[in-house]
Design a protein around this ligand. Sequence first.
Ligand code: BGC
Length: 684
Amino acid sequence: MERIDKLIVQMTLAEKIGQLMMTAADHAVTGPVLTPFSEDAIRSGAIGNLLNLYGAESTQRIQKIAVEESRLHIPLLLGYDALHGQRTTFPIPLAETGVFDPAVWEATARVAAEECAGDGLNMTFAPMLDVSRDPRWGRIAESPGEDPFVGSVFARAKIRGFQNGSLADARAVSACAKHFAAYGAVNAGREYAPTDMSEGMLHEAYLPPFRAAVEAGVAAIMPAFTDLNGIPLTAHVPLLRDYLRGELGFDGVLVSDYHAIAELLNHGVAADLAEAAALALKAGVDIDMMSDAYRLGLPQALERNLVTMDEIDACVRRVLLLKERLGLFDDPYRRGREGSGVTAQSRALARASAARSLVLLKNDGNVLPLAARKLALIGPLADAAGEMRGPWAGAGQPEDCISVLQGLTEAGLDLRHAPGVAIDEDDVSGIPAALELCADADMVLLCLGEAALMSGEAASRAHLGLPGRQQDLADAVFEKAQGKPVIVVLFSGRPLAVPRLVSQADAVLAAWFPGCEAGHAIADVLTGKISPSGRTPVSWPRAVGQIPIFFGMRPGGRPFNPDDYFTSHYSDVENTPLFPFGHGLSYGDFALSNLRIEPGDPLTVKLDVENRGAFAGEETLFLFLNQKKPGVTRPLLELKGFGKIALAPSERGTIALSLPRIEGRATLFVGPNAATDSLLSLSI
Ligand code: BGC
């Protein structure tokens, strides 16, 4: 602290503002580079932090300019988005959430942090913790799905993984939880649109993962671009200052989202950059990412008494404190000495986590695992290695990725491949060639779905069917296959509304975007080397009109009753999702019995599980609660715990889940997913 106070006393206003600036490196064909302008700005102290520059050589060189050539020798924060890996690409966060194993969530973040640190970075803009109940919104791909309890466990695991217990560790980076808050509930799922929601819902569903992140010691938080109930989050005093800093005691760094401070003008809440800068600063936003509003606006804001020097100093102090906690003053070059790359070990984790993230949605007649060896491999995603990375792929390279074609070939299957159509084009001239392959195959494997960049930022969709002419291809294949099993491997960054495809197929495997080891992981599961165990962390709609659809709804005064017309329903689609939260089949076959509670605080809920199937497998069980409170409605189901158990054929075991003591009347439910008919219950 002493060092920081001494520095602040010496700093000019421009140098102080420099510490609050974060600027992006430019991109050249070969990767990110810095313009001579940025280098000079770092030398002069006008830019104190960078994003989007990675690689040991470039980061060390630029850190050297800051440390050795700037007047006060202050090192840079160097940040990058490593949402699901840096060099080694793991499954997209939505897919990885479906593993429902915090040890895996932590392990992949640990590897990502080590690779970031190897690349000379000291901050990552992850984890993304936006609860997402709207698959139209493309950023659902980056999220831990629809449930706040899951999001909270995910937050803690990721922060442990990234920060490794000590920010000063040369192999740790500071995490930045984002996007605070309720960005996942933008109107109609349209990217960057405003959010309007009740205080009750905000606290029930959208804030808990951020609270968990703060409790886990997250170093930084990024407010969302968006407007919540009429106040842009970038200037949201009640949430940033009163709730985050006040109630939760968050004393880390708030980093604006990209260009978000200048966008306060577009929101219509600031008349010029001085006002925009003052609004954000007063709400407690320390770092201006990419908008230049602090550089251009803060001097004027000071002159116009919109902010005080003390307020500016408070932000500078928090930024310098983070640099100190990261060990940067003691050794600015501690990260980036070792370099970074995909290793045999990181690949093994990528393969194992990808295999466990695959969700077997349907498996009629147990067509999987594959008995046949002669396959027609059809579809635009069968030989699409680069797409396997999904959106926000960090520094992951297409040449490091394994396609389905490669993975299945290496597994020894006899394959003929044709794409049939492209992912999102109108040309159907390739369909006949694809159909020809069906004739002498025993089975057809269709690899369909979205392109990687159809989800992620700025990738909202109003239609959630298969893009382009893929459904035409599927229709033609189902007609041609005539009794031969057709298995669909479906790639997407979100649940798709594809009831027709699901009813046509014998088996459907939701692969999401599995990352660099996609082909190997998919082959492991299709061939039965590994039994599928992924569970969907988000409900799959039957139709776009059901959205938002999630298990934590309230009953309403007229819950659906098929015998009473005037109860809550659609006239053209069922109320239930196509696949509920938690759905995912196994090659094992699990029977549940003997739900019981053991007293204590917390209570222990136990359930016996037996694998009656012919294959080993892993069962996941969810513990839900339904509470009744006088005067206030509660969700039908609230998730309070989950656990997994791996069982060999005929093996039995007991799963134990803990439940904090609760006041009042409640019913607890345990089962493999959120569909009410799959749950065992007990009143407590
Ligand atoms: C995204 C953030 C991201 C930032 C920096 C923005 O467009 O909304 O999630 O961290 O860019 O890449």
